[in-house]
Design a protein around this ligand. Sequence first.
Ligand SMILES: Nc1nc2c(ncn2[C@@H]2O[C@H](COP(=O)(O)OP(=O)(O)O)[C@@H](O)[C@H]2O)c(=O)[nH]1
Ligand SMILES: [Mg+2]
Length: 323
Amino acid sequence: MTGLQGWATATAGPGAGARRLGLTSSSSSCPPRPPSGPPPTGIPSSSSSSSSSSCSCSCSCSGRRQPEVAKAPGPAGPSLGPPRAEASGDSGQGRPSWAPRAGSRLSPPRARGSAAAPKRSRMYTLLSGLYKYMFRRDEYCILILGLDNAGKTTFLEQTKTRFNKNYKGMSLSKITTTVGLNIGTIDVGKARLMFWDLGGQEELQSLWDKYYAESHGVIYVIDSTDEERLSESKRAFEKMITSETLEGVPILVLANKQDVETCLSIPDIKTAFSDCINKIGKRDCLTQACSALTGKGVNEGIEWMVKCVMRNIHRPPRQKDIT
Ligand SMILES: Nc1nc2c(ncn2[C@@H]2O[C@H](COP(=O)(O)OP(=O)(O)O)[C@@H](O)[C@H]2O)c(=O)[nH]1
Ligand SMILES: [Mg+2]
């Protein structure tokens, strides 16, 4: 009944929109009147002919008055439609021919149109949310640290070659010492990893902590063939993991150059770094055998890192739309 009421008043001039939305009471200066055109969709064809009588009021109802019977309270509403007994008659005797049967679910076209607007806007919000979800990447910054000559830049080049389909990197054997910083990006599923390969020389190590606050993960590269510098590497590692700015950040330790026969094994390296174990704290940490040159262990290391940064709720990613 409310729908009909709204429809009837919707044609009655200024303020009709508000009334359609149910913002006004049903009492109008002029009684509701039937539509002059064809019936709204859903109205039985028998009710399409108008049977209005004349109205003498000065409102915008065009001088047509709704028959008295339409105002008689019916069982389902206070002001519209005839009593049920009359309304249920097949021929529509006793009720205005334009009035719908009591209990029918009629919704006037205008009222429907106004309901469709918020529906469309909800649909737009849903679709744009879905689009953003599908075409959005979570960006993580990964530091590649370790002493100079450990194989950091070689590892970065190998990673880019493996994870970027069309990437044509430089020949790995031609990589020379990094003076400043190398950067690289790969996409793994919905994650985008941005690598910062920092110089490992002693004077450059003091710059590492400038990047800690922004990083989501650290890959620490050890030269497994350089036993002499292992303790130096351990000191740099220890300093790094005890930095408060890096708290909770996952660390992947790469025992690199495992392709060299005489290299130290993983247990050897773990023993050399055993002092650091209780300083690692609450974070994900993995020691992975690797050869940046041949690619052994590279995929495993990266996939582990992706998993860890994604589940680390303390360092949420930066979200970027794919362009
Ligand atoms: N045999 C072997 N050599 C490697 C490996 N990774 C790097 N290298 C070599 O180690 C040297 C230093 O590598 P680089 O990537 O420049 O080290 P960075 O200073 O840590 O960036 C280069 O001569 C590389 O070819 C590896 O997995 N196996
Ligand atoms: Mg380098």
